[in-house]
Ligand binder design. Structure first.
Ligand SMILES: Nc1ncnc2c1ncn2[C@@H]1O[C@H](COP(=O)(O)OP(=O)(O)OP(=O)(O)O)[C@@H](O)[C@H]1O
Ligand SMILES: [Mg+2]
Length: 284
């Protein structure tokens, strides 16, 4: 592809990114100064690819030269362990308790990517949040004025509509909604979009949906194709152009404590997440 057409395809307001065969994306220009984008990766359904999306999109943006912070908001701590990290000391619970972000964000093995790690005590924090007046805004208050050094903040939500997800949506500028390519995919989606609208109306007027991301798509099955067609028919351009394929490499990478681009950057899953990161930059 000619260089100029590649630019027109993928150039964006935030920073110009270029697809290269050997490295996926690299930064072509100096990022323009702008406000931090905060993305909540949310779906109340379990196992739809929230954590895989949060970890891999974060890693792609970081490798593209952006300063990225990933906050693990799930007591399961899958994003933390998926990056080969473990919260022995401070964690997301401390952030919700008012500890300064700069003491909690730890560098990961991915350059430019810091992480606020979770551990199981976050489940108790969720109960505390539910009992406190104004408990849905603790995360927003903790991030307010504290994330300027980052271009992107990603929030990996747990699989529920509980206080942690509400806190994420109250703090976010955008929501990314991963949807698994399966029969029940659309079930619950309108409920989730309704919740996002409710949070927007009552807590966070800035909130919008960045996109619905089809995950674990399997081109060999008719069901997967039908779910994708249905999703695009209902939600049109709100659905990311890129769908994430079912990929063994994506599933294996967390057990090695690295994102897919570090595990096997040429795998279909890693390449798909590169494209999603680019779409995200274009949409932001
Ligand atoms: N595109 C994919 N191809 C193959 N396996 C995948 C893909 N995406 C995610 N997985 C695997 O599916 C499982 C669920 O993914 P993930 O943990 O990202 O979902 P989740 O929505 O964060 O789950 P939870 O709701 O429990 O937090 C994991 O084992 C993950 O490795
Ligand atoms: Mg998860």
């Amino acid at each position: 592809m000619a260089d100029s057409s590649r630019r027109s395809l993928y150039s964006c307001r935030v920073s110009a990114l270029e697809v290269t065969p050997e490295s996926g994306i690299r930064v072509r220009g100096v990022p323009a100064a702008r406000a931090t984008r905060i993305y909540a990766v949310a779906n109340q359904k379990g196992g739809v690819g929230k954590t895989t999306t949060a970890v891999n999109v974060s890693a792609c943006l970081a490798e593209a030269g952006e300063r990225v912070l990933l906050i693990d908001l799930d007591p399961q701590a899958n994003a933390t362990s998926g990056l080969g990290m473990r919260a022995n000391g401070v964690s997301t619970h401390d952030l919700l308790d008012g500890a300064p972000l700069r003491t909690l964000a730890k560098p990961s093995t991915v350059e430019n990517l810091d992480v606020v790690m979770a551990k199981s005590d976050l489940a108790a924090a969720a109960v505390e949040l539910a009992q406190r007046a104004g408990g849905e805004r603790y995360l927003a208050d903790a991030l307010d004025g504290a994330v300027d050094q980052y271009s992107y903040v990603l929030l990996d939500c747990p699989p529920s509509f509980g206080p942690l997800t509400v806190n994420a949506l109250a703090a976010a500028t955008r929501a990314i909604v991963p949807v698994q390519a399966e029969y029940y995919a659309l079930e619950g989606l309108s409920q989730l979009l309704g919740t996002i609208n409710l949070v927007k109306a009552q807590l966070n007027p800035e909130l919008a949906v960045a996109g619905i991301l089809l995950t674990m798509a399997d081109g060999r099955t008719r069901l997967s194709a039908e779910v994708e067609a249905e999703l695009r028919r209902h939600f049109g351009s709100l659905v990311f152009t890129t769908a994430i394929p079912r990929s063994v490499r994506l599933a294996e990478a967390p057990s090695h404590g690295v994102p897919a681009i570090a595990y096997d950057r040429r795998s279909a899953g890693a390449e798909a997440y590169w494209k999603v990161a680019m779409e995200l930059v274009e949409r932001s």
